[in-house]
Design a protein around this ligand. Structure first.
Ligand code: TYD
Ligand code: MG
Length: 454
């Protein structure tokens, strides 16, 4: 039999070539070609692509015939916050990629999940990073029952798949995908081609056997999952585990989920006995200061399917630089530049010669434009050195013409704020319709009106 010929695939654009070159001829990225196994995809049929007949056809099903029950029967991870992020638990046959910085608690979380799963089904924890003794030590420290936790220390994909095919686990963890290697490739474990090939085979395994698989992925210095972007396309859900440095709170964010809301956020606290779900996260993101401080404003953002109260802090100070500093932590710096320009042009607030710093408390990242109004209020409060009234929340999107645009789920946000004890809200006029919140809600058409009102 002729030896399968290797091809080289660009990790940036995915184009493949028979030979290695230093620069990808397709996208001009440097040093991005990686060895990939020859799949022979083009020659699967008897005579290649142009052959319309001669291949047996497959059965097409109407979706009505397909039972919905298997999508409902989800496996609970035992942690309410993780179940929420997954959209109600793990779906059998799905593959979840969990990324995060080293030491953030990925292995801890998954060992706890395995313990919960093991009560209902067979499970397998495959680790290529630690010895079985280390995992056992962690399990004891977490107060889990080690006798029902099955662990396999192995890095060869072929051995792992053979073992899994024999034991038929309903839940399997691979910690981590970067340590796995397959015989089909010559490159070292962790190389892009290895990671992709191993992940593809595991996805195939999950779909065929109905086993729910979790892949742990390392994160690069830039914060992206190490390995090609392709990995994120192959799996059903991509979760990021993140935290503010030094904080004991951990956030899990779903950046992609085929079985639930994207951008859903789960909050955990790392304790000496592992991770505990935090049921009322709004409480931990508010500073809890009794005296309101200048430059601080509380807003109601919406992460996934849940409203969340967070505090934005602004510091505006005269600058000695010809190009004053603009630093944004937790929001998009471009959004800050845009807001400063609108405040200058439409509300007459001059911040051009000041250094501006914005920070979102609790290490949370806000991607919503609904935070615009709160940021503008915090900026003005810091500039004038006057605190905003306590018990005040604000949300609303600011347009380039200085108008306040309504945001979705306004009613739900107000209910959350009222529930947390806030008694005054500044919102876009468009969000006033039909509001029945137990608090004073004031609506404004423009940013200038809202800023003048405080
Ligand atoms: P770990 O799960 O090993 O991280 P990862 O797999 O993401 O690299 O987490 C290890 C960290 O968690 C370590 O710094 C110690 C801390 N930790 C606790 O605070 N409490 C615990 O009960 C455990 C097991 C770990
Ligand atoms: Mg680990």
């Amino acid at each position: 039999m002729a030896k399968a010929k290797a091809t080289y695939t660009c990790r940036e654009c995915g184009a493949s070539f028979p030979k290695w070159t230093g620069q990808c001829p397709e996208c001009n990225a440097w040093n991005s070609l990686e060895e990939a196994p020859a799949t022979g995809a083009g020659s699967k049929g008897p005579k290649g692509r142009g052959n319309w007949t001669g291949t047996a056809s497959a059965r097409v099903v109407s979706l009505a015939e397909v039972g919905a029950e298997d999508s409902v029967r989800r496996l609970s991870s035992g942690l309410s916050e993780l179940d929420r992020v997954l959209g109600g638990g793990m779906v059998p046959g799905s593959v979840v990629l969990l990324g995060g910085d080293p030491g953030i608690g990925k292995s801890t979380l998954l060992l706890q999940v395995q313990d919960a799963m093991a009560q209902a089904c067979t499970s397998l924890y495959v680790t290529g990073e630690e010895s079985a003794a280390q995992v056992a030590m962690r399990a004891r420290r977490l107060g889990l029952q080690p006798e029902r936790l099955d662990c396999l220390t192995e890095t060869s994909l072929e051995v792992i798949l053979a073992t899994a095919a024999e034991r038929r686990p309903a839940f399997m963890v691979l910690d981590s995908i970067q340590t796995l290697w397959t015989e089909a490739l010559q490159s070292a474990p962790g190389a892009v081609a290895q990671v992709r090939e191993c992940a593809a085979r595991l996805v195939q395994f999950a779909k065929q056997t109905g086993c729910a698989v979790v892949l742990v992925g390392h994160v690069t210095k830039e914060g992206a999952l190490a390995g090609p972007r392709v990995l994120e396309h192959m799996v059903d859900a991509v979760l990021y585990f993140e935290s503010d440095s030094g904080s004991r709170y951990r956030l899990i964010r779903a950046v992609k989920n085929r079985f639930g809301a994207a951008n859903e956020l789960g909050v955990f606290a790392m304790t000496d006995r592992g991770l505990k779900a935090v049921g009322n996260p709004s409480a931990i993101f508010l500073s809890g200061a009794s005296e309101p401080a200048p430059g601080s404003c509380v807003l109601v953002t919406r992460e996934g399917t849940r409203p969340l109260m967070v505090e934005v802090q602004a510091l505006v100070a005269p600058s000695s630089l010809s190009n004053p500093r603009r630093v944004a932590v937790g929001i998009d710096p471009n959004r800050l530049a845009l807001l400063l320009a609108v405040m200058n042009r439409h509300a007459g607030i001059q911040i051009g010669d000041q250094d501006v710093f914005i920070n979102v408390a609790g290490g949370i990242r806000i991607t919503e434009t609904a935070s615009d109004l709160a940021i503008a209020l915090a900026l003005k409060s810091s500039l004038r050195e006057k605190p905003l009234p306590s018990g005040l929340v604000a949300f609303g999107e600011i347009g380039l013409a200085g108008e306040l645009r309504p945001v979705y789920n306004g009613e739900e946000r107000l209910r959350e704020a009222a529930g947390q004890g806030f008694d005054q809200a500044l919102v876009p006029e468009g969000n006033l319709k039909g509001v029945k919140a137990r608090m004073t809600v004031r609506g404004f058409r423009t940013l200038a009106e809202a800023l003048a009102a405080i």
